[in-house]
Design a protein around this ligand. Structure first.
Ligand code: SF4
Ligand SMILES: [Zn+2]
Length: 330
């Protein structure tokens, strides 16, 4: 039985390291409970488990009590990230008066970040925001067909581009999220898709955050995964994407893979996962491609995996069908 969730309590709060104004700083991350993403209520994106997490009837009073809880834990971190599992700019999730209270509470921070779907980004909604704000946009992919059929995002890449330029036009920063390996794509197609998407996002993004797909509960992707029709991406694929984009795009590249090193998240052979994820973390702060240099014999297995996918013409989880010996013998 699911535990009752209190609408006046934060979903989660933790501290981590991130960048603000070009330097690594302490960051506080707070996940607020709201009435949930408007798109999740219509079924949502294929990889998103937030429909399960959505609540009903969260009041302004509840949101303000969540803010109090956050202020109680706040120790002056220069960077504060406010996530709502939806859109901070959606008045149905966070009414404007509450939004202003939250932003005022952190007005002394060097940087505040929140997420929004592009339909809530308008000249009106962003022009009054304080200048320490970064708006995160979940572009996921710049391929309209992938966005429509594989991710079911409910907006187009052009919508994100418009939103990105609107945010930049208001003098604020943009962090763009890309989804590495949406369902139905092979590993190599996923790499190409993310590289192309980063090039698309670069002109309107200060940062590009690459999120390898992490299989969440009660999602379409989880059903595919249970049937052996999906393997979450290799960490090698993430490293490949970052290495190819490094020096090519102006935006800062970063990745902090949720569920990394587990079967549901980005993973390699198990032996090198930690080292590979640490390399990604180092690169995200340094932007130095040398930090991505990691060695393990499973790198060859990854290459064979991609070749086998191409030969068989399937994005199914080949490791499940054939074990980890996918050596293509000539
Ligand atoms: S991924 Fe974002 S836009 Fe899609 S359903 Fe989830 S919260 Fe909404
Ligand atoms: Zn390995």
């Amino acid at each position: 039985m699911r535990k009752e969730r209190n609408p006046s309590q934060l979903e989660a709060l933790w501290k981590e390291r991130d960048m603000a104004e070009g330097t690594p700083v302490d960051a506080m991350v707070m996940i607020m409970r709201t009435n949930g993403c408007c798109w999740a209520k219509t079924g949502g994106c294929t990889m998103c488990g937030y429909r399960e997490a959505s609540m009903k009837d969260v009041t302004e009073g509840d949101l303000l009590r969540q803010l109090e809880q956050a202020m109680g834990a706040y120790k002056g971190e220069p960077f504060v990230k406010i996530y709502t599992s939806g859109s901070f700019l959606d008045g149905n999730e966070v009414p404007e008066t509450v939004r202003e209270r939250i932003l005022d509470s952190f007005s002394g921070c060097r940087r505040i970040l929140f997420e929004s779907r592009p339909e809530f980004v308008t000249q009106d909604s962003v022009s009054s925001l304080p200048k320490n704000v970064t708006v995160s946009l979940g572009l996921e992919s710049s391929d309209p067909e992938i966005l429509r059929t594989s991710i079911r995002k409910g907006f187009t890449p052009e919508d994100s581009r418009r939103a990105g330029h609107t945010v930049k036009g208001a003098g604020l920063d943009v962090r763009t999220y890309l989804l590495l390996k949406p369902p139905f794509l092979t590993e190599s197609a996923a790499i190409e898709d993310t590289v192309a998407s980063a090039r698309f996002a670069d002109p309107f993004s200060d940062e590009i955050s690459i999120n390898p797909l992490n299989i969440q509960r009660a999602t379409c992707v989880e059903r595919l995964w249970r049937r052996g029709e999906f393997r979450s991406p290799w960490i090698w694929s993430l490293i490949e994407v970052l290495a190819r984009l490094s020096g090519e795009v102006d935006a800062r590249l970063m990745s902090s893979p949720s569920g990394g090193g587990t079967q549901r998240g980005a993973h390699n052979c198990g032996k090198c996962d930690r080292e590979a994820l640490e390399a990604v973390e180092r690169f995200s702060l340094s932007q130095d491609p040398k930090d991505l240099e990691v060695g393990c014999e499973c790198r060859e297995a990854w290459k064979h995996y991609m070749l086998a996918e191409r030969l068989l013409g399937t994005p199914a989880d080949l490791e499940r069908g054939f074990g980890n010996d996918l050596t293509i013998r000539k």
